[in-house]
Design a protein around this ligand. Sequence first.
Ligand code: ZN
Length: 177
Amino acid sequence: MYYADLSPYAYCDGGEEFTDLTDGMRFVSFQPVYERFNIGWLEAGHTWTSSQAPRGFARRLLAVLDAQLVNATLGLHECDLCPTPIPDSHPWYVARPGNLRASAGTSEIRVPGSLGTVFAAPSLIGHYVVDHSYLPPQPFIDAVLAFNPYGAWKARFPGIRFPWIPDNAVLRHVDDE
Ligand SMILES: [Zn+2]
């Protein structure tokens, strides 16, 4: 599915469900108290910028992808920029030969932007950057380079290293499903 970079996020138009894989805190849900802006929702047939990303950007982006799963249950996104579709027999979570990242994803990430805003990207963004040389807008690059998902932020919700979790966030028990 396609959304223009920096357009207002509307894909999952309810609350956020946040999992922090760095310490295993899962399924914390809340109504966002920040504005969300789309980044990296690419699709064939829509133009996007292809260029060399700044040094260190891809590595930091992949670190964020390893740390967060946001709204992870909404379904599978497949890359349709790859020249051939993934065969049905190929496990979606295994990178196809020649590609560095899995070319399908099921979740999103959040990167803090300017105060009160976050960037909302599909987990496929790692594949787009690494394998398709997608160059996101500069504000997102700056935000990723400034965001350390493993430490420097004081979490408001215990166990989630994301700075803008509101006080009324609740932990959803998996049994509730
Ligand atoms: Zn691809």
